[in-house]
Structure formats: C-alpha cells, structure tokens
Design a protein around this ligand. Structure first.
Ligand code: DGL
Length: 291
C-alpha cells in the first residue's frame, strides 16, 4: 500500500500546481496525474456535468491502485467532492477545505476575498466551508460592482465579510504564459479593483491556475493582503492524512510520476512545463469509461 501512487486529478494542466506542491513536500511519493484535457474547462460547466466527469476520472485512477485521491481542480472539488467520497474506498482530499482553513488562519480583519472560476464562485463552496469551520452562517448576500467584469458578491456572515469574484480570464492568461505583462496586469486590476477597495486582508486563490499569476496579483493587491494558495495547504493536508493512516511511502526508492491526459499529450507536455517544470517527460492517453 505504501508504494501505491497518490492520484491527482484536474480538468487540465492547472492541477500541476497542486502536484508540484505535493512532490515538493512529499518527494518520496509516487504519483499519477490525470488532466481531462479533452473536456476542459470545467469552470463554466454545470454541476451535473462536472460530477459525471469527476466520477469517470476517479474510476480510471482507482483502477490504477491509487492509495489516495487528490481532487486538485477547485470546480470539481466544489461540485463533486461529496459524491466522490461516497463512492471511493480510498481517502479523497479536495482543495476547498484546506484553502478555507488557511484563510481563516491568515485573516486578522475578518474581511476575506475569494476568487475562482464561475462554477466555484456560483457553488459558494468556499463560503460554506468557512462557515462550517468557524461555526458561522451566511446572513446577507449583496451584488456589488457596476459592469459585468467588476461584478462581485458581498456575503455577510455573523463573524466576517466575504467577497467572492469569478475571474475567468486568468485561466487562458496562465496557460499562455502571460503572467506579468501589461495584459496580465490590466486584467488583474480590472477584476480585483472591487475587492481591493473593500480592504480585504486575505485573498484565496481558489483556482488551480491562479498561483501562476501570484506575483502580479500580489503587486496589484499590495503588501497588506495575504494570498492563500490552495495548492500549498492541500499538500499539507495530504501529508497529514498519509501520516494518520500510516500509508506514507518510507521505502526510500526514487519516486515515479506518471501523467495521463484525455487529449493531446503534446500540448499538455508543452504547457504543463510552465506549471510543473521540466519533470514531464511523457504523457499517456487515457480512455475513460462512462459510468
Ligand atoms: N482547474 C479549474 C479549477 O481549478 C480551472 C480550469 C477549468 O475551468 O477547468 O477550477
């Protein structure tokens, strides 16, 4: 069991930011990554579709004897985690709970921002998780901002104020490698102006791609705002669960990393290097079965 791989799944290349953290914090672990590149993006799809896709991917990975599944995709974590936990025998870890926990630890002023795909923001899963962890509840929701691109939500709970905003253009920017040029900076400024004016002190990067834009986001938000990278907190949670269950790989043999995609391995390898470094030598095509 100890040598069995950790399965990591995402809609495409973005989850490599989570895999990168897992391999950094747990260098002895074997991993299998699946990017559902044929059906990316998940962020604009319905709950039903994302749940169905996630079940198909999880089934593929469990057949490869994974000892734990990491749902690196925020949208899939937001929509499909309960269903996956119900169906799988191995532990399932999503990115929402670790990110929410880290945000609660970081905030001093109790004014938190959350950014993600349209699906993640619509699902409200980060807010629900923050409420669950702090024993709080949503009291009031209001829409703020005037134009389409600067519209965001203000959610008052008993203990804090949470601002949520979908930033869909960050995904193609990160994949194109436009992370710190004028276009990236302007896009970040447009999307985050409202949250910046709200004087938040903590911002959750609730999407696999956003850590790639971290420096530009940090320079727009300013020094006083802590950026929460779900990838880092998720890797810490993986470590904790492996230790708790006694299934961490302590054999000392060199770790192997396998990559699967559902379309175009070449593009995955090329774009993936921006997210994971030179470690991706090869990617195999996966054929998923319908449930
Ligand atoms: N991986 C997705 C997420 O973290 C972003 C890309 C997509 O929309 O599929 O929500």
């Amino acid at each position: 069991m100890k040598e069995n791989p950790i399965g990591v799944f995402d809609s495409g290349v973005g989850g490599l930011t989570v895999l990168r953290e897992i391999t950094r914090q747990l260098p002895g672990e074997n991993t299998i990554y699946l990017g559902d590149t044929a059906r990316v993006p998940y962020g604009i799809k319905s709950r039903e579709t994302v749940v169905r896709y996630s079940i198909e991917v999880a089934r593929f990975l469990t057949k490869l004897d994974i000892k734990l599944l990491v749902v690196a995709c925020n949208t899939a974590s937001a929509y499909a985690l309960p269903e996956l936990k119900k169906r799988l025998r191995v532990p399932v870890i999503g990115v929402i709970e670790p990110g929410a926990r880290a945000a609660l630890r970081a905030t001093r002023t109790r004014r938190i921002g959350i950014i993600g795909t349209q699906g993640t923001i619509r699902s409200n899963s980060y807010v629900d998780e923050i409420n669950r962890l702090s024993g709080d509840e949503t009291k009031e929701v209001a829409e703020r901002g005037e134009k389409h691109f600067d519209r965001y939500f203000e959610i008052k709970t008993g203990k804090m104020v949470i601002f949520t905003k979908a930033c869909p253009l960050f995904v193609p920017l990160a994949e194109e490698g436009w992370t710190s040029n004028d276009v990236a900076r302007l896009t970040v400024e447009h999307y985050l102006k409202g949250l910046n004016d709200e004087k938040i002190d903590t911002l959750v990067l609730g999407c696999t791609h956003y850590p790639i834009l971290k420096e530009t986001i940090a320079s727009v938000m300013g020094k006083g705002v802590a950026l929460i990278d779900s990838a880092e907190s998720t890797a810490i949670e993986v470590k904790r669960v492996l230790n708790e269950k006694g299934i961490g790989n302590d054999t000392g043999s060199p770790a192997a990393h396998r990559f699967f995609v559902t379309d175009s391995p070449e593009r995955f390898i090329q774009v993936g290097r921006r997210f994971f470094g030179e470690g991706i030598k090869d990617a195999e095509l996966a054929e998923l079965e319908a449930p």
